[in-house]
Design a protein around this ligand. Structure first.
Ligand code: PXL
Length: 280
């Protein structure tokens, strides 16, 4: 059979420091053998978890930017969306999907909204409502517990971790369109868990010991591994285990290197682990 390479559009912000969004997704997904085509939503000096940051909203540039891609006749095997800089960007992303997705294109939506029960600075109520709409379009949805609660319209609780509650949350999120839902960052008894609800309705939960304190960009590292595997049609369960193990190893290494939690996961030295065994 002829060898081909998959291509993914990454709709996310470019933060120059702090290891999140594009600076995490591009190296990880590239190491997994996929061609990455970034469409920036904003340019930041550093992510919004720091006290101060420069923020340049890219809303007005996105359509002219991808119109050129249309002239090039581009189509994508995957479209992965993360941090959006304004509520208007949701309609832009939905337009992008209409223009660049084939029927078999996998749409991965990481609904970047907040963590630990708190929302990020840039999440306005309007953006929040629009992200609920975008989440409905996903084939693969990767919220953390905070984001899952916001999307489902239920109050966040740090101890929201029973299987019944997670199942009910995921069921609400599955909405009208079948999708795989992965709820990350379920913390209980010193473990960190992941709840999976497949598009078939089958559910699964697994957890592993906490590798260290929470870090910035963890969700981006996790979703990048899952997105790369989803585009390649790999089994969801395996890729979720792979992503969780990679995040845990990254957290352990970052602790060893004494990297401040705000500066993200030092994944760079671990990238070679993600290169597929059958790589040329
Ligand atoms: O990791 C999520 C994320 C992405 N992009 C920006 C952020 C954050 C979290 O703080 O600030 C700009």
């Amino acid at each position: 059979m002829r060898k081909t390479q998959k291509k993914i559009a990454l709709i996310n912000d470019f933060s120059g420091f702090g290891r999140c969004s594009l600076t995490v997704s591009i190296p990880i997904i590239s190491a997994m053998g996929i061609q990455c085509c970034p469409l920036p939503t904003a340019v930041l000096s550093n992510h919004t978890g720091y006290e101060q940051y420069f923020f340049d909203d890219y809303t007005q540039s996105m359509i002219p930017y991808y119109t050129q891609w249309e002239h090039l006749g581009l189509q994508f095997d995957g479209i992965y969306t993360g941090f959006l800089g304004s509520y208007e960007q949701v309609e832009i992303v939905l337009d992008f999907i209409r223009r660049f997705a084939r029927p078999d294109t996998v749409v991965i939506v990481d609904p970047v909204m907040g963590d630990d029960g708190k929302t990020y600075d840039t999440l306005t109520p309007r953006l929040c409502r629009e992200l609920v709409r975008l989440a409905q379009r996903a084939d693969v949805l990767t919220p953390n517990v905070t984001e899952a609660c916001i999307l489902a319209g239920v109050p966040y609780r740090a101890d929201l971790c029973s299987l019944q509650e997670l199942q009910a949350l995921a069921e609400t999120l599955s909405g009208q369109k079948e999708k795989d839902i992965i709820i990350t960052g379920v913390e209980q008894n010193g473990e960190i868990g992941t709840f999976i609800r497949r598009r078939s309705g089958d559910c699964e939960y697994f957890s592993q010991p906490l590798a260290g304190p929470r870090r910035a960009g963890t969700g981006d590292v996790f979703a990048s591994v899952v997105a790369a595997d989803a585009v390649c049609g790999r089994d969801l369960r395996n890729s979720v285990h792979k992503a969780a193990a990679f995040v845990a190893d990254g957290i352990r290494l970052s602790e060893e290197l004494q990297i401040p939690p705000q500066d993200g996961i030092a994944f760079e030295m671990l990238l070679s682990r993600l290169i597929p065994e059958n790589a040329p």
